[in-house]
Design a protein around this ligand. Structure first.
Ligand SMILES: [Zn+2]
Length: 395
């Protein structure tokens, strides 16, 4: 343990199967192949089994709300369906101290439209100079529900992240003492580790040694994207959880790269081979208590996504529940959707599940495409799953 540098080994995932589909007319016009709209699984399952579903109101255990005009534009998209969310702290500058988290929480609540209820669950951004006493005080006051570890350089606004884990051991020991979870962006950032191997290498070279050194530390593996991540989460006991995003249940790396580059599918951790997507679907729909929804919904302006050096992130807050119902229906696991969206997360964080409910009703005609969200800075494209959605959320 110690750095996020190179390590031997890493994964060599096997058994990829290509699955293409046309997410945008643009790609087709520029030479993308003609491929069927719905995924093979969608064609396989019986569609007449269940047409209505009532769930305890979901929570999102990994969300990016940003700040300012973007916050104002995207917050209603989450608050419409979700009661609470773990709000990620990677603003510029990051949310490092308890005071900064309190101020950010106030800005979120001020941006909430009248008549909407939403509880932001705040996180602190772990740096090599984070003060353990400040973390403990922010937790004791009820304000902060987790601390986020970003290996420096791993994703959007992670420049202030941790380079040398030994420097944050005092904070982690304090967190283990008080039961405050560490949310981990589980990727090494060394340039000589292939981007598709970064999660598996992180587990072997950083996460597992860290958990052995601090056995009382509660850890959430954020946005797992690999079969290795799923297997490690399953084997970790009650102090280890894992969030799974909506988009990683839907896309594999072919969807980003085959037939034209699709910047709106580019996210970090990047989507992996089809075999990994299938492992994630099996995990999410298993009902296993260690897996819960963290959308990692991450808005970026279209101008910055459709760019020579496009930003990483998929904006899924708007249609996540409809997509998840579709995925769980394909897997014949609609009876386990509530565990994934509304029960397993609160149980891990030691919070009660929500008492209000949402209703999903299967429509006979496809729902309208959500398209884009308007912000005063420009449009943000909503994630397009590439198949028609039928499950309408009635809050
Ligand atoms: Zn994230």
């Amino acid at each position: 343990m110690g750095t996020f540098g190179p390590a031997p080994g890493g994964s060599t995932p096997q058994g990829a199967t290509a699955r293409g589909w046309p997410p945008s007319a643009d790609c087709q016009a520029s030479g993308g192949a003609e491929i069927p709209l719905e995924s093979p699984a969608a064609l396989r399952y019986p569609k007449d089994t269940m047409t209505e579903l009532t769930l305890r109101r979901p929570d999102d255990w990994h969300l990016h709300l940003r700040d300012g005009a973007m916050l104002k534009a995207v917050l209603p998209e989450t608050a419409r369906h979700f009661a609470r969310a773990i709000v990620m702290p990677n603003l510029v500058p990051p949310v490092v101290t308890g005071d900064e988290a309190r101020a950010y929480r106030d800005r979120i609540l001020a941006a909430l439209p009248e008549g909407m209820a939403f509880e932001p669950l705040m996180t602190l951004y772990l740096t090599e100079t984070t003060d353990p006493a400040d973390v403990a005080a922010a937790h004791a006051s009820g304000l902060v529900k987790a601390v986020k570890l970003y290996p420096a350089g791993a994703t959007t606004n992670s420049q202030s992240g941790v380079r040398d884990l030994s420097k944050v051991v005092p904070v982690l020991e304090k967190m283990a003492d008080i039961g405050l979870p560490l949310c981990v962006h589980g990727e090494v950032t060394a340039a000589d580790v292939d981007i598709f191997d970064r999660e598996a290498v992180f587990i072997d070279s950083v996460l597992d040694p860290l958990r052995r050194q601090l056995p009382g530390l509660r850890v959430v593996m954020e946005h797992v994207t690999t079969a290795e991540g799923v297997a490690y989460a399953r084997s970790g006991g009650p102090d280890l959880g894992a969030t799974i995003t909506t988009h990683h249940l839907v896309i594999n790396r072919n969807h980003i790269l085959a037939g034209g580059i699709r910047p709106h599918y580019y996210c970090l951790p990047v989507a992996k081979r089809e075999s990994h997507r299938l492992a994630l679907r099996a995990a999410a729909t298993s009902g296993d208590t260690c897996f819960f929804l963290g959308t990692d919904s991450a808005p970026h302006l279209d101008a910055l996504k459709e760019h020579a050096c496009g930003c990483a992130g998929c904006f899924t807050a708007t249609n996540t529940l409809s997509i998840l119902a579709h995925v769980f229906e394909e897997e014949q696991a609609l009876d386990r959707l509530e565990a994934f969206t509304s029960l397993n997360g609160p149980a891990f964080y030691g919070l009660p599940p929500n008492t209000t409910r949402v209703r999903l009703v299967r429509q006979s005609a496809p729902l309208p495409q959500p398209g884009k969200i308007a912000t005063s800075l420009g449009p943000v494209t909503v994630f397009d799953p590439g198949f028609a959605l039928y499950w309408k959320v009635e809050p």
